[in-house]
Design a protein around this ligand. Structure first.
Ligand SMILES: Nc1nc2c(c(=O)[nH]1)N[C@H]1C(S)=C(S)[C@@H](COP(=O)(O)O)O[C@H]1N2
Ligand SMILES: [Mo]
Length: 276
């Protein structure tokens, strides 16, 4: 998205910033039920953390919220275990919120206080950041609540192997990647193109570890020597696929880029063995 138009002050995540883990904890819904929360429309569940974020304006501790309807669903956890080990401090130990299907920003780490309230959190990271602003809007002067608040993640995929800029030998090339559909929907298909999207081949999908985890995929193609562009796009089980380019998705804070995955590689001619 930075290539479409610069986004000052934001990190170029490129192919990074996603992973999958196995979580164990208590259902947030059980805790809210035990606290006697009444299920009224429009309520939000807000989470507060102790870490103070210098990039927030004004400077404040991290916080966010999710609608009560999502908070009451069975997948939302207060987690204390990650991949069968006590939750490491860097990932929010001793206890963090895990909101599967939503952007990472709602999975508050080191959670200190949970509040059921009439509307969304007024924390900087809910009211001002993590919002899709219209292209012409100035993030420096945007008002709290302006733009679209990010909640469920957009259908997306990426190519993990080969890496961008890799040199690979001509011949059979196995491409590996991940695909994830938003808010619990399933990945129905992943396509790979070697000709900029004119023609596509279907990749093999591995089974999903759960409804909430990514699906890994792979496809073996024949790589011919010279520069080669690999594209991938996922389809979800409602028949939706990813947009071709980030140009039409551009927004001042650079969120929600789910355009086709792209990796450029250089295919080297197969080495001819000298005759004995
Ligand atoms: N307390 C606290 N929780 C937080 C954050 C933070 O800065 N402070 N960052 C959020 C964001 S933006 C993301 S993407 C995830 C990252 O979680 P991870 O460090 O386990 O990958 O934590 C979320 N929870
Ligand atoms: Mo994030």
């Amino acid at each position: 998205m930075l290539k479409v138009h610069p986004i000052p002050g934001k990190d170029p995540w490129a192919h990074g910033a996603i992973s999958t883990a196995e979580w164990r904890g208590a259902r947030l819904s059980d805790i809210l039920d035990a606290a006697g929360v009444r299920h009224e429309d429009g309520l939000h569940v807000a989470f507060n953390a102790p870490d103070v974020a210098p990039e927030a304006s004004p400077v404040q501790a991290y916080g966010s919220s999710i609608p009560l309807s999502k908070a009451m669903s069975e997948e939302v956890l207060l987690a204390w275990q990650m991949n069968s080990e006590p939750l490491p401090r860097v990932h929010g130990g001793p206890v963090r919120v895990v909101v599967p299907g939503y952007i990472g920003a709602r999975s508050v780490k080191w959670v200190k206080r949970i509040t059921v309230q009439p509307g969304p959190s007024e924390n900087y990271f809910q009211a001002l950041d993590y919002r899709i602003l219209p292209p012409e809007s100035d993030p420096g002067t945007a008002k709290p609540g302006e733009g679209i608040s990010l909640s469920s993640v957009a259908l997306n995929c990426d190519i993990l192997v080969p890496g961008d800029g890799a040199e690979v030998p001509a011949g059979p090339l196995t491409i590996h990647g991940w695909a994830l559909a938003g808010d619990g929907r399933g990945i129905a298909r992943v396509d790979v193109s070697l000709d900029g999207g004119h023609t596509w081949c279907q990749a093999d999908l591995q089974p999903a570890a759960s409804r909430w985890s990514w699906r890994l995929w792979s496809l073996t193609v024949e790589a011919l020597s010279g520069p080669m562009t690999l594209n991938a796009r996922a389809w979800d089980d409602t028949g939706v696929t990813q947009p071709e380019s980030a140009a039409g998705l551009w927004n001042p804070r650079g969120y929600g880029n789910n355009a086709w995955a792209r990796v450029d590689v250089n295919v080297l001619p197969r080495r001819v063995m000298p005759r004995p």
